[in-house]
Design a protein around this ligand. Structure first.
Ligand code: GLN
Length: 497
């Protein structure tokens, strides 16, 4: 199969074909499985569940025949980031320390997509435990960008981005602690949304930094993203941080122009040294397009943004060092050390051999900033700055409805380019981190391509008030309908499907 129409079709269009009987979920699922197997070079998947996927597709086709179709996602093939527990399907967080781990239960988000009738194809590659911005920290090899295989699809949810952008599946989950949905979405020309902290359940999501982690989705269009997120959002009594607030019908919020909408362009974001001129230009053009659609552009200031990176790199490692204490060779995964080793030796051998370098760096950093004598100077201070970052947004949202800015300062960088320079890697997230520190919803959507022989995608970021995902969807949809970026797809060379 070449790059057929259905590979790139929207979920809505695919659903229409399923309803019309010109397509079955089984045929669709087989096509996706064949395409995944034909493109191992993408490094997108860590595990496939062919039997489970086909069984779910058969069940979907039967429901349809009986007139009991479940909704817009019934029969649609999707996949999950490997940070989400899937009952009986390997879940490793891309770490050796969880190699072979088979969760005894589904994460709430996994369950909710199953309940919506989706077909789960398998698990997607990522940076180990979500720590990274390029997927090069996966213990199982990097994922590659379908727009240029020598480049990263971003991270940490790079497998999710590669899979959806390459047409291996119709949607995927990701998690976003500091940008891990939005940055890879930007680098692969996808729509990626990180909802408000607490909007989507984290039950069954392997914890990285619990006060920042949020599950969200990747899709090829804004409407697809609206369907996919709607099926996940909502209160979950199994997650104490989950918000008990009504869920807006995101798809119903789409349509209309942007009259009366006030978009805030933070001046600090547009003057960052290191930002590529083509990224800046595309974002400025997107702003002009928004004005044509009726929006008013407002100049705003988020002065504490410049402290977001150091604040994040205190808070996130601190929480990670605590969350990752549970991997001790006893409760999950493999164990290392000699037969007659003491308990301490066994811990050291297991954790020393099975955690990757970046994970160890974060654990050490986290343990240090939490240690007696340093706690107030680092962790306590970071918490105070976090409040100031949040206050900047509160003040801005008194004047505007949505913040508009770049998602990533650069287009996709070369694999290997930043692996030996952690700080350069951390800078990939300079525009996305503050949104997590403030707990706000954030989205990236395609807004252009670089020039050159192999054009690379550029992403536009929108951030909204807490629980105003529907406003982001509305703005993004109006922009998407007025532009053509979402119609471009990478052409995959090699592979038969
Ligand atoms: N790149 C950031 C980090 O390494 C963010 C990762 C994420 O959002 N999971 O922590």
């Amino acid at each position: 199969m070449a790059d057929t129409h259905i590979t790139w079709a929207s979920i809505e269009e695919t659903q229409r074909q399923l309803s019309a009987g010109t397509l079955t979920s089984v045929a669709l699922t087989e096509m996706c499985l064949a395409r995944i197997k034909a493109h191992p070079e993408l490094g997108a998947f860590l595990a496939l569940d062919e039997k489970g996927a086909l069984a779910a597709a058969v069940a979907s086709d039967e429901r349809r025949k009986a007139g009991r179709t479940l909704g817009p996602l019934d029969g649609i093939p999707v996949a999950h980031k490997d940070l989400l527990c899937t009952e009986g399907v390997p879940t490793t967080a891309a770490s050796r320390i969880l190699e072979g781990y088979l969760p005894p239960y589904d994460a709430t988000v996994v369950r909710r997509w199953k309940d919506a009738g989706t077909v789960l194809l398998g698990k997607l590659n990522m940076d180990e435990f979500g720590m990274g911005s390029s997927t090069e920290n996966s213990a199982y090899g990097p994922a590659r960008n379908p727009w240029d295989l020598t480049r990263t699809p971003g991270g940490s949810s790079g497998g999710s981005a590669a899979a959806v952008a390459a047409g291996l599946c119709f949607g995927a989950t990701g998690t976003d602690t500091g940008g891990s949905i939005r940055q890879p979405a930007a680098l692969t020309s996808l729509v990626g949304i990180k909802p408000t902290y607490g909007r989507v359940s984290r039950f069954g999501c392997i914890a990285y930094a619990s006060s920042l982690d949020q599950v969200g989705v990747f899709a090829r269009t804004v409407r697809d993203a609206a369907y996919l997120l709607h099926a996940l959002a909502g209160h979950d009594p199994k997650d104490s941080t989950s918000l008990n607030a009504p869920v807006v019908d995101y798809a119903a919020a789409l349509g209309g122009d942007l009259k009366g909408m006030r978009l805030g362009l933070p001046r600090e974001y547009m003057t960052l040294p290191g930002m590529e001129p083509e990224v800046q230009r595309s974002v400025e053009e997107a702003c002009r397009q928004m004005e044509k659609l009726g929006a008013t552009l407002v100049d705003i200031s988020l002065p504490h943004t410049r402290y977001a990176l150091p604040t994040y790199y205190v808070v996130a490692p601190a929480e990670a060092s605590s969350n990752l204490a549970r991997y001790d060779g006893i409760r999950y995964g493999p164990r290392k050390g000699a037969q007659n080793a003491t308990l301490r030796e066994m811990y050291e051998e297991t954790r020393g051999q099975l955690f990757g370098l970046e994970v160890k760096r974060r654990i050490m950093l986290g343990a240090y900033v939490l240690s007696a004598g340093y706690y107030d100077a680092y962790y306590g201070q970071a918490q105070k700055v976090r409040s100031l970052i949040k206050r900047d947004f509160d003040e801005a949202f008194a004047k505007i409805d949505v913040v508009i800015c770049p998602t990533s300062p650069t287009v996709a960088f070369k694999l290997g380019e930043k692996v030996n320079d952690p700080v350069a890697m951390y800078l990939s997230d300079v525009f996305t981190l503050s949104c997590n520190l403030a707990g706000l919803p954030g989205m990236s959507l395609p807004c252009g391509f670089s020039s050159g022989e192999k054009p690379l995608p550029i992403g536009l970021q929108l951030m909204g008030r807490p629980l105003e995902e529907h406003t982001l969807f509305k703005v993004a949809h109006a922009y998407e309908q007025a532009t053509e970026w979402h119609r471009r797809h990478p052409s995959l060379v090699g592979g038969a499907a």
